[in-house]
Write a protein that binds this ligand. Structure first.
Ligand SMILES: [Fe+2]
Ligand SMILES: [Fe+2]
Length: 284
């Protein structure tokens, strides 16, 4: 398994037929290499230590805030559907309806539609509970301000801003998540194997949330279906994708995530360094 986010993002963007959109995605990755390294460093550090409950809660609460955007997906689909319902021209109405439906398709797994209604919010809860027991990780105090801001920015983009910005934001989150979950699965598997003595069932419960996004290329399909939603929206509005805006938004997305992961890295390094220093003092 590789540890490079840019390889996963570039491989997936290679499937995009629109050459300019593909370049916009790939150029954003090059210009935000510094942010990608911050994220990779964080996942690289994660398995190296058995973190305190406080630090693990900070990670799990803040990381959750950068995912689980089901409400925003729903809001964006409702906005597109509302345009369709108010449209007299049947061809345009159909394109808005398609944009809404394609966008909504990115939430099927989150809702557990084919998994007996087992939501991803439930899986995330199980993941955190398996690692932290009854420690109150979900309290807002464990959410970094940068992560909270990111969550608000995503919601604003998808539910309040221009619809093209909403669709682009959902698209970025799918392609980024595809890359990140692959790294996260590797990091958390190693972390659990090094620091916990789980039965195979407990290990499976802990990793199920991340695994669900990597198995069967879930996020790959989500990314491709949002590209379809964006194309249907452009057809309905007789507009073209603004590639400059695409670059700027994707760069901002990666920059913001990089800031969250950098802060998590700093908190983890502080704990690890303090513990190593106190061990050294004890030896002297
Ligand atoms: Fe999900
Ligand atoms: Fe997704």
């Amino acid at each position: 398994m590789n540890n490079s986010l840019s390889i996963y993002i570039n491989e997936l963007s290679d499937l995009v037929g629109d050459r300019e959109l593909r370049f916009a995605l790939q150029e954003s990755v090059i210009s935000e290499q510094n942010s990608l390294e911050k994220i990779e460093n964080c996942f690289c550090l994660l398995p190296s230590w058995h973190w305190s409950s406080e630090n693990l809660a900070l990670f799990l609460n803040s990381w959750k805030a950068t995912h689980l955007k089901m409400l925003a997906i729903y809001g964006l689909s409702c906005r597109l559907q509302r345009l369709a319902m108010n449209e007299a021209n049947s061809t345009i109405r159909e394109q808005f309806m398609l944009a809404s439906a394609y966008n909504a398709e990115t939430s099927y797994e989150d809702l557990g539609l084919d998994y007996g209604g087992e939501t991803h919010a439930r899986l995330y809860h199980d993941f955190a509970e398996q690692l932290l027991g009854d420690f109150p990780w979900s309290l807002e105090q464990y959410c970094l301000p940068e992560a909270r801001e990111f969550r608000g920015w995503i919601y604003e983009n998808m539910v309040v801003s221009d619809l093209a910005i909403g669709l682009l934001t959902n698209m970025f989150s799918e392609i980024y998540n595809h890359a990140e979950y692959n790294l996260a699965l590797n990091a958390f598997s190693t972390f659990i194997d090094r620091h916990y003595t789980f039965s195979s069932d407990e290990r499976e419960t802990a990793l199920k949330y991340i695994y669900a996004h990597v198995a069967e290329e879930t996020e790959v399909d989500h990314f491709l279906v949002v590209v379809k939603a964006l194309n249907a929206y452009c057809a309905a509005t007789n507009t073209r994708i603004d590639y400059q805006q695409t670059r700027q938004l994707f760069q901002e997305y990666l920059h913001r995530i990089g800031q969250v992961m950098k802060s998590l890295t700093t908190a983890m390094e502080r704990e690890k360094n303090a513990a190593q220093n106190s061990t050294l003092m004890g030896v002297r």
